[in-house]
Design a protein around this ligand. Structure first.
Ligand code: 2AM
Length: 558
């Protein structure tokens, strides 16, 4: 009676597991693959300790199926402003419905991944945890909320939960001590990671946008050398930046600290440069400044707990701005170390295909710079753009994104919507389809502010069109006419054709801005389906849900 029996596969080299005495459904919701990876490891640990483990995406599971299970572990990330990851949306819709079935027989635990830089930290995991409880399920272990450096918390939690579940098995499950440390498979699968990134040479750094553009979009090529890194079109690359040393020095000056002071075995300046986020203030740091400068505007907002006012005040301000607004505030090096978050690697969608560029990963990145009096710069985009000399190596590691890939079947048509730097993975897709001889149609919606300055990769796209690879190109340059024209405007104008492509089995991809563009594109898609398919809003929503289930509506949005 395997709930997902088909997924319970045993590799030939795995030892024969004893007959499982208890089966755990290990369900994940993932945006970049971290939650899937952790769920996979947990499943492996459970199996090694003699339990059954069925691994599946949340969206692959119906709530009725959940009602039949005895034990479930949910590992989910959160994306955007507290939203479910794309492969957990359908699950959440069903679980949060008023008529969701009671789950009294179910015992569960939730591991939540998130980023404490956002207000709705770990929101997806929190919601699922609470809803399962409301439906009568019994929590066997407290939820853990992991921040961006999730490894340690996640591994400790997984070991605890594996032990608790093993103890719940009626008999025969191995003692928790035998649960293997899941670190080993992590290394085997991902030889390069945040702690040990591969040092890559930046071979190309070229500006794509033309003079006069509001943006600075660059093309980068990073050498893979002897790293052994393999990648797929649609994957992401993590880049480990270094902070701007001039900014680090200004912050230290402002705090009255000396660059050469010792901070845990390194100089303060070095740690500012390599280890901590010094551009965006952490919540702890904001609270600490407010506490030491109770008369400040910031302190007033913290006291009122006014999120909106705070967000708009913080917009465009960096850590140095906060310190300058509260000039009396001082921290010693130990306090500072406690208040700054670890420097994160930044992830970029890869813009090349391994078939066309096996030895170099290409990135297409907008340099973030704003401010008049003092230019505030994006940490990693300007590290790549400005701060690397020819001898410097850049720390990188791959972040596979198997969900965002060209269809296995080359005959399947694809529709790609990627304005701005959202074009990145689709350049990779087009190269991939060209090199693999895929015959399915390739339709790209691209756009930006102005054709004259922002039409990146114009010649290359033209050439792909001439070769018959790029079957259709629809361009939305929003500011070249009085009325705004966006990618979704063109989708609506081409409704009949777009719907015909979907009906022919096309996959539909979206990449780029999550906060507005991706939402508007989804609305346009729903309208196209309703209008052309002759269905109401519910019918269109179901059509889209079906595309999602078939992995034919996939997004890489941020
Ligand atoms: P705008 O800035 O002229 O309004 C890339 O940034 C492109 O996305 C720009 O042309 C920008 O137009 C456009 N854009 C802004 N908001 C958008 C939205 N909600 N949907 C789609 N495109 C949008």
């Amino acid at each position: 009676d395997g709930f997902f029996a088909g997924l319970q596969m045993r590799r030939a080299d795995e030892p024969e597991a004893p007959v499982a005495t208890l089966t755990v459904e290990v369900l994940y919701g993932t945006q970049t693959g971290n939650a899937a990876f952790l769920a996979e490891q947990l499943s492996a640990s459970l199996r090694t300790s003699g339990l059954g483990a069925n691994l599946a995406e949340l969206d692959a599971v119906g709530v009725e199926q959940l009602a039949k299970a005895t034990h479930v572990v949910v590992v989910t990330s959160t994306y955007g402003e507290g939203e479910m990851p794309d492969d957990a949306e359908l699950f959440w819709e069903a679980l949060s419905a008023e008529d969701a079935p009671r789950l009294e027989g179910l015992r569960y635990a939730v591991l939540a991944l998130g980023d404490s830089g956002y207000d709705d930290f770990c929101q997806a995991g929190k919601l699922i945890d609470l809803r399962l409880e409301q439906l009568g399920a019994v929590r066997v272990a407290p939820r853990a909320d992991c921040d961006v450096d999730f490894e340690e918390t996640a591994l400790a939690w997984s070991a605890d939960v594996a032990a608790i579940l093993a103890a719940e098995a009626p008999e025969g499950a191995a003692a928790p001590a035998s649960v293997p440390a899941p670190v080993a498979p992590a290394r085997a699968r991902l030889p390069w990671n945040r702690r040990t990134p591969y040092g890559s040479r930046l071979a190309v750094n070229r500006v794509l946008s033309r003079l006069g553009s509001a943006k600075e979009i660059r093309h980068y090529e990073l050498e893979l050398g002897d790293s052994g890194i393999e990648y797929a079109a649609g994957d992401a690359l993590a880049v480990v930046p270094l902070n701007d040393p001039a900014l680090a020095r200004r912050i230290l000056d402002r705090l009255g600290l000396r660059a050469g002071d010792d901070a845990d075995g390194a100089t303060l300046e070095q740690r500012m440069r390599e280890d901590w986020e010094i551009r965006t203030p952490s919540k702890d740091l904001i609270a600490a400044i407010a506490e030491r400068d109770p008369e400040s505007e910031l302190a007033e907002m913290v006291r009122r707990d006014d999120r909106e006012a705070m967000d708009s005040w913080l917009w465009g301000r960096d850590l140095l701005d906060l310190l300058e607004a509260s000039p009396g505030v001082r921290f010693d090096p130990v306090e500072l170390a406690g208040l700054l978050r670890p420097l994160q690697a930044r992830q970029y969608s890869i813009s090349s295909s391994p078939l066309q560029s096996p030895d170099r990963i290409h990135l297409t990145v907008a340099s973030v710079r704003h401010g008049d009096d003092r230019v505030r710069e994006g940490v990693c985009s300007t590290f790549l753009a400005d701060r690397l000399s020819d001898d410097d190596l850049v720390g990188i590691y791959p972040q596979p994104n198997a969900a965002f890939s060209v269809p296995d079947d080359g005959e399947t048509p694809i529709v790609m919507v990627g304005p701005g730097t959202g074009i990145a993975p689709f350049r990779g897709f087009l190269h991939e389809r060209a090199e693999s001889g895929a015959t399915g149609g390739n339709w790209l919606f691209f756009g930006d502010q102005h054709r004259a300055t922002d039409f990146v990769y114009e010649e290359e796209l033209q050439e792909l069109a001439d070769r018959g690879v790029l079957t259709r190109l629809d361009l939305a340059f929003s500011r070249d006419q009085a009325e705004k024209v966006y990618v979704q405007t063109l989708m609506r104008e081409r409704a009949a054709e777009l719907y015909a492509w979907l009906e022919e089995g096309a996959s539909f991809y979206v990449c780029g801005d999550a906060s507005r563009m991706a939402k508007d594109v989804e609305r346009a898609l729903l309208d196209v389906v309703a209008q052309q398919g002759g269905v109401d809003a519910d019918g269109a929503a179901e059509y889209l849900a079906q595309l999602k289930r078939e992995k034919r509506y996939v997004r890489d949005v941020y």
